[in-house]
Design a protein around this ligand. Sequence first.
Ligand code: C5P
Length: 401
Amino acid sequence: MLGGKKILLGISGGIAAYKTTFLVRLFIKAGAQVKIVMTQSASSFVSPLTLSTLSKNPVLSDFVNEEDGSLSWNNHVELGLWADIMLVAPATANTLSKMANGVCDNLLLATYLSAKCQVYFAPAMDLDMYKHPSTKNSIEKLQSYGNVMIPAESGELASGLHGEGRMAEPENIIQFIEKDLAEGLPLSGKKVLITAGPTYEAIDPVRFLGNRSTGAMGFELAQKAADLGAEVVLVSGPTHLSISHSGIQLVQVTSAQEMYDACHKVYPNMDIAICAAAVADYRPKHVATEKIKKKEGEMHLELERNPDILLSLGEVKKHQFLVGFALETQNELENAKEKLQRKHLDAIVLNSLKDDGAGFGGTTNKITFIDKNLKIKTFGLKTKPEVASDIWDEIISRIHA
Ligand code: C5P
């Protein structure tokens, strides 16, 4: 959720400022970029050198810098515009009050006034200050501007008193922001099942029947869904791909039957399912328990049908929006439409092997999206992440219609 996000951290002068070192570390670990503006008094609680080392950016406190005898101006407008998110933590009673009233007597406050992005603030103060009507008033004013409070927590305070007013722990601040960002996303609250990759059908303990699918399309669809706020179960056959996203649960399977079982286990709770796996249609009827020895002459393998996972999901479909793929070599549109109807799908993604760059293995794909009303949309040749975006745009426009 925070990967690639530009975070502007404003640190004001309270003892909780020491915790911002951990906070910066967590943002960086989550893949965010961090720039820091701190008040003069904050630098008495935590060293700017520590923070600039952790954030890999200079830490700013003053409107002007003096370096090698020349003066330079720290542009608060640029900083404010750079940020995707501004977080003021700790936000002292003094800074909250100034933010609420448009006071602009330090770089942090000027940057706050210039910021166009979502602003979060994490109050930190003694319990009586936190309860004071004046502080409540500041908080309400800030919330009326659309700023979001990360509430203070209860516990022991620096004064020795016990109560509400401690700045939220860094882990909780990160969790709060991630959850808040996710809630605004189009797939927030949606559960998504995606199948990906090939299946391997055992012949004996060392041999199998497989195919050349890499799983790339399914993995890109899972990544995009999670980025859009979904909780994803990605059921994948054997691939070399890896994925790490807090919104994705990867279930690794080998055979079609295992994929079938894994899908049906979770399907009743899903809102959307996309079958992008290249499932083997047949499997050896008898799997040898020992390695098969070579003999003179021909060898025949007897095959039996694997379950059609997509068809079976279509048959038990209730509220789910179900999407399949069709890889066709002839009569593409006709075959895809037939599959859409026979498998009770809400949409089908057609890729034709006739199109250069489409299909297995490569980094690009060229698709046609067909919905159950037979509305057809054809896309140009694109990278697989772009194709995943297009597919999600089509699905989202239909589930929110
Ligand atoms: O019928 P066909 O195999 O062409 O359909 C392709 C679609 O069906 C894909 O979405 C694929 O993931 C799915 N499928 C499946 N189980 C099978 C075969 C195909 O889920 N055994």
